[in-house]
Design a protein around this ligand. Structure first.
Ligand SMILES: N[C@@H](CCC(=O)N[C@@H](CS)C(=O)NCC(=O)O)C(=O)O
Length: 94
């Protein structure tokens, strides 16, 4: 299975569903999808690299091995992971 990078906040209040990054991280854990964490500082002005890669500045973002990125509402991202469709290009296009 390919490895992905999970771009997420550098901190977390608690491992709860309120933490949007953790929501996606937990889905990856539960699905057994290997990932590396890339931590980002907080603040909309602090993420020029994320902006360049994904075209926007919010986290979480999943980066695939080919460098393409996936960003949606965290609940939708987690649902796609849990549905086993993370690597499904049809899901990405929908
Ligand atoms: N409703 C969005 C919220 C995304 C969001 O606010 N992400 C935070 C995670 S820390 C963020 O990037 N905040 C920094 C900012 O707004 O610049 C989701 O669930 O994905």
């Amino acid at each position: 299975m390919p490895t992905v990078k999970l771009h997420r906040c550098s901190w977390t209040f608690a491992h709860t569903e309120i933490d949007v990054c953790w929501k996606v991280q937990r889905a990856l854990n539960d699905q057994g999808i290997p990932y590396e964490i890339v931590k980002h500082g907080y603040g909309k002005g602090a993420r020029p690299e994320l902006q360049r890669r994904s075209g926007q500045r919010l986290l979480p973002v999943i980066e695939f091995e080919d460098g393409t990125t996936y960003r949606a509402e965290s609940a939708d991202m987690a649902a796609r992971v849990r549905a086993g469709q993370l690597f499904d290009e049809a899901a990405a296009a929908s």
